[in-house]
Design a protein around this ligand. Structure first.
Ligand code: HEM
Length: 407
């Protein structure tokens, strides 16, 4: 990549979703890191927001949750209408302490390494089933036929949701993610309806499980009491939306964008196919490189200073994960995709109290998927140009036509 000396502050537009159609806008991000690491960016609503592009500063904002609130304006750069903001604030991702801790602790006990090891056979069976089904097709869309089938199936299977609901739940989740891509999201009303329907379904699930009693994850969550606070049916409804939406497009992105990098690099592909034991380190590099979410936002609760720049109370602050992951100050040769990278403190899962709750689950899904894929297919080739999602937040593909040759 050329060092971006020829661009100026006036050329910077990291808001427009069109700027992401060719991938991470590395030239702009590099200019920002070098020249204005805390940059005031215009917003189409007439206001503006701070763009934080260096690794150390993204880390600092993530850590300082009392100055940089996830609750005040939620985590999207666009301000939400009050009724939608209210609902978003009741999600874990949109809570600040003291509300955040008890709910997070109630859920996190179900996502520990031990719990996930116990889950492994279930996730493995799903990965195997999805990959084996694709053996029927020599021409496939890697996204639709492979990557997108896994995350919803895994979370629904964890929650013991009947299989005939899985496609509906995936549809509801999909509707809520890529609203800025005309091929994917629906109208604002469609998105709102999907979120309401999904919340209602989550509430019904909680009510039904509570009445039935038992030992499943939902009942355990509803029964749990942390710091004197019990997870209510409403809490669960909101968690349900979040668990299914947060792990859907992101894990799909990790698997599909990760595979695309391997298709472009046959040596890496062969190395991992021959020695799948190297997958965990390679998956960390896929996370750094493909960073499925470009950013999350915080709102300043007081006047503060960040890397020498004054931030005012109420300002929007955007943490650009997909820039932090390429910061030359933190990573050796950041523009090199290195499946053996030893020092890799990427920010793909965020950091601090909101660090992705599904991080280890996503890693597990990706590893088992690639292992099954290598076992089942002798080759994979692109047979068309993959199309990116038009979004300034979701970094991934909506279609990826491939030719598969089963073993
Ligand atoms: C590659 C896949 C994934 C990526 C890149 C990803 C990314 C992220 C990021 C960046 C955050 C926010 C961190 C912050 O604000 O500091 C987050 C939070 C969260 N993620 Fe993920 N995620 C992935 C998979 C999953 C999965 C599979 C689940 C479901 C089990 C999940 C559930 C959540 C939840 C519930 C939160 C909110 C945690 C909190 O606020 O305490 N994510 N994720």
């Amino acid at each position: 990549m050329n060092r971006a000396t020829e661009i100026t502050a006036d050329d910077i537009d990291v808001y427009s979703p069109d700027r992401y159609l060719a991938g991470i806008p590395h030239r702009e991000f590099s200019w920002l890191r070098d020249n204005q690491p805390v940059f005031w960016h215009a917003h189409p609503d007439g206001g503006g927001y701070w763009v934080v592009s260096r690794h150390a500063d993204v880390l600092a904002v993530s850590r300082d949750h009392s100055t940089y609130s996830a609750n005040k304006g939620f985590v999207m750069v666009d301000d939400l209408p009050p009724d939608i903001l209210g609902r978003a604030q009741s999600q874990l991702l949109g809570m600040d302490p003291p509300d955040h801790g008890p709910i997070r602790r109630a859920v996190i006990t179900h996502f520990t390494r031990d719990r996930l090891s116990a889950m492994q056979p279930k996730v493995h069976a799903i990965a195997r089933r999805v990959v084996e089904a694709a053996r029927e097709k020599s021409e496939a869309d890697f996204i639709e036929d492979l990557a997108c089938k896994i995350p919803t199936a895994v979370i629904c299977s964890m929650l013991e949701i009947p299989e005939d609901m899985w496609d509906q739940i995936r549809h509801w989740s999909d509707m809520q993610t890529a609203g800025s891509d005309p091929d994917l999201g629906g109208t604002a009303q469609d998105i709102e309806k999907a979120s309401m329907d999904m919340g209602l379904y989550g509430f019904e699930l909680a009510t039904e499980r509570k009445a039935r009693g038992g030992d499943d994850l939902i009942t355990q969550l509803l029964d749990s009491e942390v710091d004197g606070r019990t997870v209510s049916e409403m809490d669960f409804a909101s968690l349900f939306v979040q668990l299914t939406v947060a792990g859907n497009e992101t894990t799909r992105g990790l698997i599909s964008s990760g595979m695309l990098e391997l298709i472009h690099r046959p040596d890496d592909y062969n190395a991992l196919e021959t020695e799948p034991g190297r997958l965990p380190t390679a998956i960390e590099e896929m996370l750094r490189w493909t960073c499925p979410l470009h950013y999350f936002r915080r709102t300043a609760t007081r006047n503060a200073e960040l890397a020498g720049t004054s931030i005012s109370e109420g300002d929007r602050v955007v943490m650009l994960y997909s820039s932090a992951n390429f910061d030359e100050r933190e990573f050796d040769n950041p523009m090199e995709f290195d499946i053996q990278r030893a020092h890799n403190p990427h920010m793909a899962f965020g950091y601090g109290i909101h660090l992705c709750l599904g991080a280890n689950l996503a890693r597990l899904e990706a590893r088992l998927f690639f292992e099954e894929f290598f076992k089942n297919f002798a080759t994979i080739e692109l047979n068309g140009t993959p199309a990116r999602i038009r979004s300034n937040q979701i970094n991934g593909y909506k279609t990826m036509p491939v030719t598969l040759r089963p073993r």
